[in-house]
Write a protein that binds this ligand. Structure first.
Ligand code: NI
Length: 190
């Protein structure tokens, strides 16, 4: 296993559609996923998509929130890996939330995301996944899935005055009357 170099905003690999994986159970995909998980954990991220480690393939790893219960398809550390994922937006309703990204280091932004989605894909073990999820789980998926289509979260923002350095988020939120829990949540967003 190895910690991989993370591509940062502006790198062309982050701006193109990643390629479908012909064989999700190929050894090279399992090896890539293992390295991606190690890289994500080293950077304390919540998710990572293959283009972020300079591999233009439709592979993503993320930690579904544990308040949904233990994920039977996740590994022992709670990480779910998906190959060739697809998404269907089940609601026109969107909700704003703070996001960060390992490819946009040191920044936070307020991003609207669909509240309810269905996603499908296959694990590197060849198990099919088909789920309907809401809330934060849906947000994390949408963020990682966007990476596979060459989209970074600032491109989803509707108010760029809410794109800021993470060191300013707490001050900003205090100014607008947020409580400690809300500030902690914003600082943890990634
Ligand atoms: Ni990201």
């Amino acid at each position: 296993m190895a910690i991989l170099k993370i591509a940062r905003m502006g790198n062309p690999v982050l701006l193109r559609r990643a390629e479908d994986v012909p064989d999700p159970t190929a050894h090279e995909i399992a090896a890539l996923v293992a390295d991606m998980i190690e890289t994500m954990d080293d950077s304390r991220g919540r998710g990572l998509a293959a283009p972020q480690v300079h591999v233009s393939k439709r592979v993503m790893v993320f930690r579904p929130p544990t308040d949904d219960g233990d994920d039977p398809e996740a590994d022992e550390d709670g990480v779910l890996a998906l190959v060739n994922p697809e998404v269907e937006y089940l609601s026109n309703e969107v909700v704003d939330g703070w996001e960060g990204c390992l490819s946009v280091p040191g920044m936070r932004g307020m991003v609207p995301r669909f509240t309810r989605i269905r996603y499908r894909g296959v694990t590197p073990a060849g198990r099919p996944i088909d789920r309907t999820v809401e809330g934060f789980h849906a947000r994390v998926f949408q963020h990682e899935f966007d990476h596979l289509d060459g989209i970074l979260y600032p491109q989803r923002m509707t108010d760029l005055s809410l794109l800021m350095f993470d060191t300013e988020v707490a001050k900003f939120m205090e100014e607008y009357g947020a409580d400690e829990d809300e500030i902690a949540e914003a600082e943890a967003a990634d």
